[in-house]
Design a binder for this molecule. Structure first.
Ligand SMILES: [Zn+2]
Length: 199
């Protein structure tokens, strides 16, 4: 088999299987996607007065943007496979894990909103929220860069972190957390559907 192909497989296993779940700064991919989707959907169900601006696309995009910051893991992987050095700002926990990056999505959002394309604008507002939420999770639970989050990038590259999970010494917590979140969510959907059956 082609050597580069074997290399890709090797890097994939290395990144996601062997190191992924055991590393303390794991990506928590499922948690990020699940929580973003759930929060945006709850917001849509119970809080917003502009429900028509939120579609199923919006909820899907919440999941997409919720995991988007970890695209830097893919950059790193490509760097290792094709043997080039990824600039530090694009490394894991770099620029995609900053409020600055999240804020960029407000620009197209604002422009679209001004043009009265509210639904499309909300895609980007939700995107900004989901990215910020990702960063918060990484900051509190542990994820992204070991040094933490560069909250004030580009003014300073100083990083902050809490990484609560490192104090618990229970490497399986993320998986258990995902299972609990998913169960709670399914229960909510079940209850809500039953309720809506009667109204
Ligand atoms: Zn992350």
């Amino acid at each position: 088999m082609e050597e580069w192909f074997l290399n890709v497989i090797d890097q994939f296993l290395e990144t996601f299987i062997f190191h992924g779940p055991k590393k303390k700064n794991m990506p928590l991919a499922v948690t990020h996607i699940l929580l973003s989707v759930i929060i945006v959907d709850l917001y849509r169900d119970y809080i917003t007065k502009h429900k028509r601006f939120f579609s199923l696309h919006t909820v899907f995009l919440a999941g997409f943007f919720g995991i988007l910051p970890d695209i830097d893991i893919v950059f790193n992987m490509l760097g290792r496979i094709f043997d080039f050095t990824v600039p530090v700002v694009l490394g894991h926990g770099g620029i995609t894990h900053t409020p600055f990056f999240a804020g960029l999505f407000l620009i197209p959002g604002y422009i679209l909103w001004k043009k009265k394309r509210h639904k499309q604008a909300v895609y980007f507002f939700v995107g900004c929220f989901a990215i910020l939420f990702h960063i918060m999770l990484d900051y509190f639970i542990g994820g992204g860069q070991y040094e933490g989050i560069m909250w004030l990038f580009p003014f300073t590259v100083q990083s902050w972190k809490l990484h609560l999970i490192t104090y618990m010494n229970m490497p399986n917590i993320p998986e258990a957390l995902d299972a609990l979140i998913l169960l709670a969510w399914l229960w909510h959907e079940e209850v809500k559907h039953k309720i809506t059956d009667f109204i």
